[in-house]
Design a protein around this ligand. Sequence first.
Ligand code: SAM
Length: 417
Amino acid sequence: MLELVWPGKESTARDCVLPSDKTLKLWTPRARPEPPSSLQEPAEHRIMAGDNLDALKLLRDAGERYDVIYIDPPYNTGSALTYKDKSAFSGANASAQWLNEIYPRMILARDVLAETGVLFVSIDDNEACHLLTIMREIFGQENHLGTIKWRRKRKPSFLDKHLSATLEYILVFARNAAVCPRLLGAQTEESTRPVLNASNKDVERRIPEGMSALCPEGEYAPGVYTNRSLGFRLLDPLVVRQGAVEKGARVVGPFRIQQELWAQTGFITRYFGLRRRVLASEQKRRHAEDNGTHWPTNEDAQAELKAVFDGERVFDFPKPVGLLQELLAMVPRESPQPPQRCLDFYAGSGSFLIAALEQSRRDSIARRVDLVQSREVVRGQVAHQFDDIAEICAYRVITDSRRRGFEPSFAFSELAQ
Ligand SMILES: C[S@@+](CC[C@H](N)C(=O)[O-])C[C@H]1O[C@@H](n2cnc3c(N)ncnc32)[C@H](O)[C@@H]1O
């Protein structure tokens, strides 16, 4: 097996086995109007403020297991971020320092991932090769399900000297690929289907009153009608008024479906052909693909945040809600089942929780989300409003969920000695 070695690797790995010396205490972020009376108050979603190393240890030791984990760790880019910048990881050893932060957290991520669970990790070119190598070491190469390419900005930057970077990656890992369900892509776009098939035997069906009819109004005489080289014979006069069949008729043709399904889903097309709608239960999902180059971008994410923070730029690289919804939509859930447990332990502005709410509205899968965000001090303009990024995160999830018409319950806690 290939192994990446760097100074400090062994001691960070040893440390993450130890339990945390922190506990979770009630936290009342500024954005929360009425504090809850206790941490035990039941809530759908939990936001934890503090270092994710401790949070992960506590979650592991409490036996928490997640179906979906998404993380977007700092990329070690050396750019001026609202959060950890090059002063945190600097000099010749920047990659080793970065790996010492990431490595134990990835070991813990595996520990809290359910046996059938999936982990998505955002990364750019700077550390992608190191990250992939350590992840394959921790999870096993056979559990690397693939790498999604995401287009983070529409236009290339002319400031990049040699190659303008427009793509990022999302590494996708299973805890155990052998039992992990197949990841699903978008719904098939097929919404209608033909009902005649030339090689079938002719059978009689009835076009019932009230069936939808897109053809011109009028009376259609008995006789043979051909559409797209498929013919059928109308046995009785058929009357169409205001987009529906007013007087039903018998029809003979090479039907491929039974009368019941035909009556339930059939319709007459614009050019007097016969077709039917596809039932929701028949809709198939494609295989998930590793191409995310058409998904929402960082620019979209900035616009989403500005809508919540009165036009202010409070955070440098938030992920767009739509991108995270695409990832959540990939992980299937047979209903009825307990809610899907989701975790983001580099929460930033809390986009992942908002994406889970939006995705649940779309696919009716219940989700419970845990977020962890450190109390990293913010600089610049936003500092007069928020002390740290955990406060930004709390404000965003409270305000944005309400703005979008959700009424979730939250439990806020902080890691304390
Ligand atoms: C790239 S940002 C995540 C952005 C997020 N996906 C969003 O859409 O807003 C990384 C976040 O992880 C936080 N972070 C870095 N190290 C951390 C740690 N040890 N524990 C908890 N949070 C940490 C940073 O403060 C920053 O907010």
